[in-house]
Ligand binder design. Structure first.
Ligand code: BGC
Length: 815
């Protein structure tokens, strides 16, 4: 296949890192890696139907992609199970057809358009009887799952749980073959508790273009898995049921700060595969070298040695246990992490792990302050949250107020759950551990000011009210149909998700083009141009997954609906192939900040090439429940790793002149069910410590160009309409300088059955959200009415427009 040079370069840059995103969950003998390519019995849903990433706006259109079957064949394996793979294809296609038909009927009965009803919906893997023919020198079973925007996963067989067919076939192969590997081509956890006897399990994850190539390299030992989990993998029954999930109207985050390992560790329960866990083809030893402090920064140096027989990389994790005081605290939280370079057998590397104790403060809602309570803090060093050793202590004799804020974000209708305090047997059990003493005087209390004067750009006065409103709304084509706003509302670049207004060109105000991610850049691969802009040549640039839900005539006409006119016969087709990188969760599993920056750099280069200024990524919502259908786009259940990954991606993209990121979805958007009308009820403490923390890190470390609010409400008010969230928290506390945009078609999509009101464009603008996306005539009229009736002021529209104009100037300097 002929590739452009940039495609070759980007694939070559990604290739050495793909195994870093994969997690070896079990390795009970040394059956793997294999010595050489062999006769291989290959089975499972992901063998031929390999998933490179999930569905929805996160789908990336690369020129090609390597399935597991293809990757293994390319590497020289002889696949012995073609008959099984062919038979599976038939069973799957029949099951899918029947399921789509059934689901369309359900949609009809529910009165919801099929594309919306079916969006992201997971078809549970079917059961079947296909003889296994266990022929070959080794066997691999690839279990795949896919999910996506618009729907959540379900804790049923064929989704979170394995099917009876999968369990039967996996156990048979495990018993028949000395060399058997179960490979998980999934975007989030599956419940592995029913197959404890399987000796070798690799979480391959979904790695973009070369997913299959990466597996071949790992099986052959050309690459060593060095990923660690960023979410707890547990038996479904062991996940907490304290808060609820999935209600269409209200979701109660009753578990408060006890999300993921903060829950498991605090109640003393070990998840099947805990947060931070990951094995390797080699082994490592670590030696703590030093513990010291510089002001309030704590620094540890640790030497890691490769004690095994293959080259590999190790991840070190540093956790901090805070003293239980007035505020309850989780058993521990991640405070820092580092990854070694590739170490040859016998080689060593000394890593520095550092964090500022100020950043580990807890939020005291009663006092609206980040505080560090008096007591003993324990540092724990390890390679997973359940495999740590206490490494040092910090003594803080007096309580410290680190930062004084004011309360914000409203209140839920419950008090957060607290675990029974686990007796801290260890507190005084480490008399020999190094002890650092920090005093109140080492800290300075910072008081946040909520008064900020912003200098507006010149020339706003000459703009008419209508022109100002245009700047506050995305570019819309008043004639475009529904498809013109779903996922293909960009006019200058085909398949771009949106754009800022095009109506002010005569005032020399160019537009900013926005395209989705996060697993790369999502654009229409084939397009044509006319005077109005660029148009997708295939189905309106919609994500492929939406196509299946459209009636055939609509599908055929999709580009007519989304484009001003049909593609002329003489139109010249142009191409824009983008590189699909590992999904967000896989990227985070690498624990490699440098790799995240590289992925950002790759995306940035493609943005420059195709004329996109804003990438609608990274997405850093928290894995609150394994059921969230979009978790694959997100990094982790932990805010630190989420924030660090988002910051690194941001740096990578924003290295490119004219390119910026859009961190999303701000915030508490952790479920897809009725995402437009769902009210997340969350305490202020949980918001600040868990759901906002990653955004805070990304903003403070890397200053993303833009941010996207979420669809949901937060404690009764849509996030896009919350001035306290946008002004107090984001701008004044975090110091965000970029622009704030809404998620797409927030108001349009609201369902009449919703208990909560839909978003109002005028309230969004009044709250300081700069851009209502992707924009429509109705949004324009609403803002105009708001201005007339006084619920929206011209001064606010000017402030919003001013920030947007500053960004436009920064990202389009030559125009
Ligand atoms: C998604 C966003 C995406 C936007 C534009 C929305 O449905 O929630 O993540 O960026 O569409 O495609």
């Amino acid at each position: 296949m002929l590739l452009n040079n940039y495609e070759k370069k980007h694939l070559a840059e990604l290739r050495p890192h793909l195994a870093e995103c994969t997690v070896l969950l079990r390795r009970e003998d040394e059956a793997f890696p294999l010595e050489k390519p062999c006769r291989l019995a290959l089975f499972g849903s992901g063998a031929r139907r390999t998933v490179k990433g999930g569905t929805g706006s996160g789908e990336v259109n690369s020129r090609f992609f390597v399935t597991v079957e293809q990757g293994l064949k390319d590497a020289g394996f002889l696949i012995t199970t073609n008959a099984w793979l062919d038979a599976y294809e038939e069973r799957y296609a029949a099951a899918r057809k029947a399921w789509v038909r059934r689901t369309k009927k359900e949609a009809h009965r529910a009165g919801v358009p099929a594309p919306l009803y079916g969006m992201g919906r997971v078809m549970p893997e079917p059961d079947y009887e296909i003889p296994l023919e266990p022929e070959g020198d080794a066997a691999v079973y690839v279990l795949a799952r896919i999910s996506g925007e618009g729907s959540d996963r379900e804790p049923v067989r064929g989704d979170v749980k394995l099917t009876e067919t999968e369990i039967r076939d996996i156990l048979t192969l495990n018993a028949c073959f000395e060399k058997f590997m179960l490979v998980l081509n999934v975007g989030g956890p599956v419940d592995l508790s029913e197959i404890p006897q399987v000796r070798n399990i690799l979480l391959l994850s979904q790695l973009g273009v070369e997913t299959g190539t990466a597996l071949a390299q790992i099986l052959l030992g050309q690459a060593n898995p060095s990923g660690h989990l960023t979410t707890s993998w547990s038996a479904w029954e062991d996940y907490p049921r304290i808060g609820d999930f999935g209600d269409r109207n209200d979701t109660h985050y009753r578990e408060g700060i006890y999300v993921g390992y903060r829950y498991f560790d605090s109640i003393g329960k070990k998840a099947l595969f805990p947060f931070g866990f990951g094995l390797s083809y080699t082994s490592f030893a670590r030696r703590l070298q030093s513990v010291r402090r510089e002001g309030t920064r704590i620094l540890l140096t640790v030497t890691v040695k490769n004690t095994g027989r293959l080259a590999g990389r190790e991840v070190l994790q540093l956790y901090l246990s805070l003293p239980q005081g007035r505020l309850d605290q989780p058993f521990q939280k991640l405070a820092a992490f580092e990854k070694t370079d590739e170490l040859e057998p016998g080689a060593e590397e000394t890593l520095s792990l550092a964090f500022d104790l100020k950043d580990q403060a807890a939020y005291d809602t009663a006092r609206a302050a980040w505080i560090l309570e008096a007591g003993e803090y324990i540092l724990r060093l390890g390679t997973s949250s359940r495999d740590t050793e206490a490494a040092a202590r910090i003594a803080l004799p007096e309580e410290v107020t680190v930062r004084q804020l004011r309360n914000a974000l409203g209140e839920p209708d419950f008090e957060d759950w607290k675990p029974e305090p686990v007796a801290e047997k260890e507190a005084c059990a480490y008399p020999d551990l190094p002890m650092l003493l920090l005093k109140k005087e080492d800290f300075e209390t910072e008081t946040v000011s909520y008064e900020r004067l912003e200098k507006l750009v010149d020339g706003l006065a000459v703009l008419s009210d209508d022109e100002l409103i245009r700047l506050n709304i995305g570019a819309f084509d008043p004639k475009a149909g529904l498809l013109g706003v779903i996922g293909d509302a960009g006019l200058s670049v085909a398949g771009a998700a949106g754009e800022t207004t095009l109506t002010l060109r005569e005032r020399s105000i160019p537009s900013l083009v926005m395209a989705d991610g996060p697993a790369g850049l999502r654009l229409a691969p084939r397009f044509w141009r006319d005077k109005k802009g660029a148009h997708s040549a295939d189905g309106g640039g919609l994500p492929d997954s939406v196509g299946e839900w459209l009636p055939a005539p609509v599908r055929a006409a999709a580009d007519v609906l989304s484009s001003p006119k049909k593609m002329p016969d003489e139109a010249k087709i142009e191409y824009q192939y983008c590189t699909a990188v590992p999904i967000g969760t896989a990227l985070a599993q690498s624990w490699n900040i440098g790799f995240a920056a590289l992925c950002g750099d790759i995306v940035g280069a493609e943005m420059e090439r195709f004329g996109v200024q804003l990438w609608l990524a990274p997405a850093l919502n928290i894995h609150r429940s394994v059921l969230c259908g979009r978790n694959f786009e997100y990094f982790s259940e932990d805010p630190l790793i989420s924030g660090k990954m988002a910051a690194a991606l941001t740096r990578g993209v924003q290295l490119h002149p004219g390119c910026g990121v859009t961190v999303k979805h701000f915030a508490a958007n952790n479920q897809e069910n009725n995402r437009y009308g769902n009210n997340s009820q969350v305490s202020e403490r949980a918001m600040r410590e868990i759901y906002l923390k990653g955004f805070e890190i990304a903003v403070k470390e890397a200053q993303p160009a833009a941010l996207m609010t979420s669809y949901n409400l937060l404690n009764g008010i849509h996030t896009a309409e919350r001035r306290d969230l946008i002004w107090d928290v984001l701008r004044c506390e975090f110091g965000f300088e970029g622009i704030v945009m809404t998620d797409w078609i927030v108001s349009f999509m609201a369902d009449r059955k919703n208990r909560h009101p839909k978003v109002s464009p005028r309230l969004v603008a009044a709250a300081g959200g700069e851009l209502f996306m992707p924009g429509s005539k109705a949004d324009f009229k609403d803002m105009r009415a708001g201005l007339r009736e006084g619920s929206l002021s011209r001064a606010q529209l000017e402030r919003n427009a001013s920030r947007l104009l500053k960004l436009i100037r920064r990202l389009t300097p030559e125009e």
